[in-house]
Write a protein that binds this ligand. Structure first.
Ligand SMILES: CC(C)(COP(=O)(O)OP(=O)(O)OC[C@H]1O[C@@H](n2cnc3c(N)ncnc32)[C@H](O)[C@@H]1OP(=O)(O)O)[C@@H](O)C(=O)NCCC(=O)NCCS
Length: 185
């Protein structure tokens, strides 16, 4: 699969499917010093980015660290380790403010169990609690497990031109979902 940047949008934050955590798991908010846990989780989880470091964390979140305890979440497994992260960030796009689903990852040991679902549900509720009215995310064509999860939670492909159309057509070859057919019709 070619690595192409794509975007998905959820035009509103209504009707977020409820998705409880499995027993023993918890979601907690960011605390001072959690940059190390964030870097560890992303280093273990991702096979595409080469420069996952405290500097990357700083580049992504350093301009507003005080908001991290309200915006960045960790998934904690029954033995107390942080094994996933997701951030309810924000971005201006199309001349409007958007809640941004940012930097979702789960370490490989805990992948394949659908644990991203309660994280995305919690993220959407958090965005709503923070006053956002719509959500946006950036991802890449290769991230099929993420794309499937986002589709399940009502995110829809943004097809703004020929390159988007080509990228989403590649995704549709391996992921079947009515929203992809609709976006490419
Ligand atoms: C994205 C991520 C958090 C998802 O973790 P997860 O919840 O364990 O995901 P799962 O393995 O349960 O897969 C979710 C869905 O994708 C499907 N899926 C998994 N791998 C797939 C693949 N290679 N091709 C197609 N579908 C796939 C699963 O069958 C599941 O489908 P379902 O919702 O219909 O049941 C995890 O893969 C990850 O951390 N990846 C690295 C970082 C990353 O890519 N983050 C996203 C940034 S935008």
């Amino acid at each position: 699969m070619e690595y192409i940047q794509i975007r998905m949008i959820r035009p509103d934050l209504r009707n977020v499917p409820a998705c409880p955590l499995p027993e023993g798991f918890a979601i907690r908010m960011y605390r001072d010093g959690d940059a190390d846990a964030w870097v560890r989780i992303w280093r273990q989880s991702d096979t595409y980015l080469k420069d996952i470091s405290p500097a990357l964390f700083q580049k992504e979140f350093g301009r507003d660290l005080p908001s991290m305890p309200r915006r960045c979440m960790f998934l904690v497994c029954p033995d107390g380790r942080e094994i996933g992260t997701i951030t309810a960030w924000r971005r201006a796009s199309h001349g409007r403010p958007w809640g941004l689903l940012h930097w979702l990852a789960i370490v490989p040991e805990f992948q394949g169990r659908g644990l991203s679902r309660p994280m995305v549900a919690a993220l959407l509720e958090r965005l709503r609690a923070l006053g956002h009215r719509r959500a946006l995310l950036l991802t890449q064509t290769v991230r099929l497990a993420a794309i499937r999860t986002y589709l399940r939670f009502g995110f829809r492909p943004e097809v703004a031109g020929d390159e988007d159309r080509r990228a989403w057509s590649l995704v549709r070859e391996v992921v079947s979902h009515p929203a992809l057919d609709a976006a490419l019709a």
